[in-house]
Design a protein around this ligand. Structure first.
Ligand code: PLP
Length: 489
């Protein structure tokens, strides 16, 4: 035996540090409400505290805990704070953290069924469970021609959908010979930027993405979609893809899926639906109206990593015809050949996604579903929606504030009637205070405040507190300085 040290962590050391880390995370969950939600770090300030050179010799990892408190925590924006109301949430939970830890512990790379059958089969089963929990159309389940896959993100799902759509339209010619410059795609002006990004990456070209205007509720104007497609066809172009959104990022707009689906099918377009956050609401039967028309979709995605207590990354993507996706993305070099793949009896998820390798992500979703059950998930989604609706009621009742549009679910878009400067001052005041974190959107040209209720531990007390803060920030703005100079800000 070599007398050289192994350098590896011993199982005993791992156990001790692991317990310590779990304790740290459990304590963090208990104190996170008291930490400033938005990090106050200045650019470069975290990096400046790190050694310029990497360590030559290893050290006891206990020392990392000191640096975690001193260097890392001040540079954290606390997404897991119950006072986090910005963007869309990226919530997590105990079961998810444990499932993710197990994923790391097993260290599986599940590119093929053969490289860990459980990694593939648990995922297939869970996606069918998700389809059932969300009451998705039967076409999306694995028993037929469709099925589900966990993607890293809604952005990744959009890219896969666009590539599958491109290949379906061109009979796989784009994959062989490069992209047909006549391909044209459609989404609303309120679609998430990931659609535009995917269009660029897929070689379609941004100028070939038509952004269709929306109505006052941020929903796509389908008359304009139809006109744009007709104009493009008349000009010799190849319309191939349309993306609709269930819950747009800025204002939670709900695109009219039945109408978009009809237009897509009449014109031979792939119909993708992005339900990144709001799709989770369909866990509750009373909110399922949001996905009416989903039965026309070729692909759909929703992110448990936003609003379903499952830490990033976990996007559930469903397709009606899995062979369209697989044909577009499949590659089989000699070194990946194996008997199971050749038998045709298994799913190889590497053919459903952009990267080759994949983590055992379904573990964390499994832990979440088993811990909460349908009942627990429904309870929390209903609660978040109710809290947001209550907040919207306070806004409506206040003479100085107004809703930008009626909130369908858990996102409230509202404004102070004092205009741009007032809203900017309120936003800055709250975010600077560290007591809560809101973000903004620009709707119909106006600066609009957004409050999204979706953090795992947000309760009525936190929503009440942020409403107090908002009113205090508005009062502070009203006091300083004079109304004339306020108007000029
Ligand atoms: N689609 C919508 C409607 C979103 O709001 C977001 C992010 O907030 C995305 C897509 C992108 O999500 P992801 O980070 O999973 O790519």
């Amino acid at each position: 035996m070599s007398d050289h040290p192994s350098y590896h962590m011993t199982p005993e050391e791992f156990r001790r540090l692991g317990y310590r880390l779990i304790d740290w995370i459990a304590d963090y969950e208990q104190r996170v409400a008291d930490l400033p939600v938005l990090s106050r770090a200045e650019p470069g300030s975290i990096r400046a505290q790190l050694p310029a050179a990497p360590p030559e010799q290893g050290e006891a990892l206990d020392r990392v805990f000191e640096d975690l408190e001193r260097i890392i925590l001040p540079g954290i924006t606390h997404w897991q704070s119950p006072n986090f109301f910005a963007y869309f949430p990226a919530n997590t939970s105990g079961p998810s953290i444990l499932g993710d830890l197990l994923c790391s512990g097993l260290g599986v790379q599940g590119m093929l069924w053969a490289t860990s059958p459980a990694c593939t089969e648990l995922e297939t089963q869970l996606l069918d469970w998700m389809a059932e929990l969300l009451a998705l159309p039967a076409e999306f389940r694995s028993a037929g021609a469709g099925g589900g896959v966990i993607q890293d993100s809604a952005s990744g799902a959009a890219l896969c959908a666009i590539i599958a759509a491109r290949e379906r339209k061109t009979g796989l010619v784009s994959n062989e010979s490069g992209c047909d410059g006549r391909l044209t795609a459609y989404a609303s002006t309120e679609a998430h930027s990931s659609i535009e990004k995917a269009i660029k990456i897929a070689g379609i070209g941004r100028k070939n993405l038509r952004l269709i205007p929306v109505d006052e509720r941020s929903a796509m104007r389908t008359g304009e979609l139809e006109t744009a497609i007709r104009t493009d066809i008349a000009a010799g172009r190849l319309p191939f893809f349309v993306s609709a959104t269930i819950g747009t990022t800025a204002a939670n707009g709900l695109d009219p899926l039945p109408e978009i689906g009809r237009i897509a099918s009449q014109n031979g377009l792939w119909f993708h639906v992005d339900g990144a956050m709001s799709g989770t609401a369909a866990l509750c039967p009373e909110f399922r109206y949001i996905q009416e028309g989903l039965e026309f979709a070729d692909s759909y995605c929703t992110n448990p990593h936003k609003w379903m207590f499952t830490n990033f990354d976990c996007d559930c993507m469903f397709v009606r015809d899995r062979s369209a996706l697989i044909r577009a993305l499949s590659i089989l070099p000699e070194y990946l050949r194996n008997r199971a793949t050749e038998s045709g009896a298994v799913i190889d998820y590497r053919d459903w996604q952009i990267p080759l390798g994949r983590r055992f992500r379904s573990l964390k979703l499994w832990f979440v579903l088993r811990h909460y059950g349908r009942e627990g998930l429904q309870y929390h989604i209903r609660r978040h929606v109710a809290l947001a609706q209550e907040f919207a009621g306070w806004v409506t009742a206040h003479p100085d504030f107004e809703l930008a549009l009626p909130p369908p679910l858990n996102l409230v878009c509202f404004r102070h009637r004092g205009g741009e400067a007032a809203n900017q001052a309120i936003l800055d005041g709250i975010n600077r205070s560290g007591k809560a974190y809101l973000s903004h959107a620009r709707l119909a040209g106006q600066l609009t405040l957004r409050l999204c209720v979706g953090q795992t531990r947000t309760e009525a007390e936190h929503v009440k507190a942020v409403w107090q803060l908002i009113q205090q920030a508005a009062a502070a703005w009203q006091k300083t300085p004079s109304p004339e100079s306020r108007g000029k800000q």
